[in-house]
Design a protein around this ligand. Sequence first.
Ligand code: ATP
Ligand code: MG
Length: 160
Amino acid sequence: SQIGSSGFLAKTLPMRELLGQLREELLSSETGRDLTIHIGPMPDLTGDQTMVTQVFSNLLNNAVKYTRSVPSSYISVQGVQTENELIYSVTDNGIGIDMKQAGKVFELFQRLDSAASYEGYGVGLAIVKRILSRHKGKVWFESVLNQSTTFYVSFPSQIL
Ligand code: ATP
Ligand code: MG
């Protein structure tokens, strides 16, 4: 592993293994509901293991939480390698996000009215955004209210 110009310890992370572990943790804490977490293609990523784990943990936690009200929850995680970047996505079939309030979700301590009956502090996505900026990457999402939400994170393939 190497210390990059951004000052953190970057190594090639076994992404399939990392996601598989998060998946097991989530499934074992969410017993008694119909929940599927599908892991698709998962290219490896060079980055800080703690920070990258935090990103996927926060995104998956949201997907699990905001699908609690649907009878059959389906979450899908996958990644794709393009010429210059690695793009990962987390899709859920939960409550969705009103795109008119899109600017709010990455703000620290901001939560949408639609999240009022789900516990949380409005911290997770603000952290994701900070970590992506630290990795010179990006985070964005698309959503259809009451239908589905996909969060994307992209990391430059050459991080050092
Ligand atoms: P915390 O992550 O601190 O436990 P939180 O989940 O409310 O609390 P964030 O993860 O930062 O906070 O998300 C901010 C807000 O964005 C949420 O309160 C919710 O309104 C909305 N949100 C985030 N992810 C989803 C999702 N997958 N589906 C629907 N709404 C979401
Ligand atoms: Mg959250």
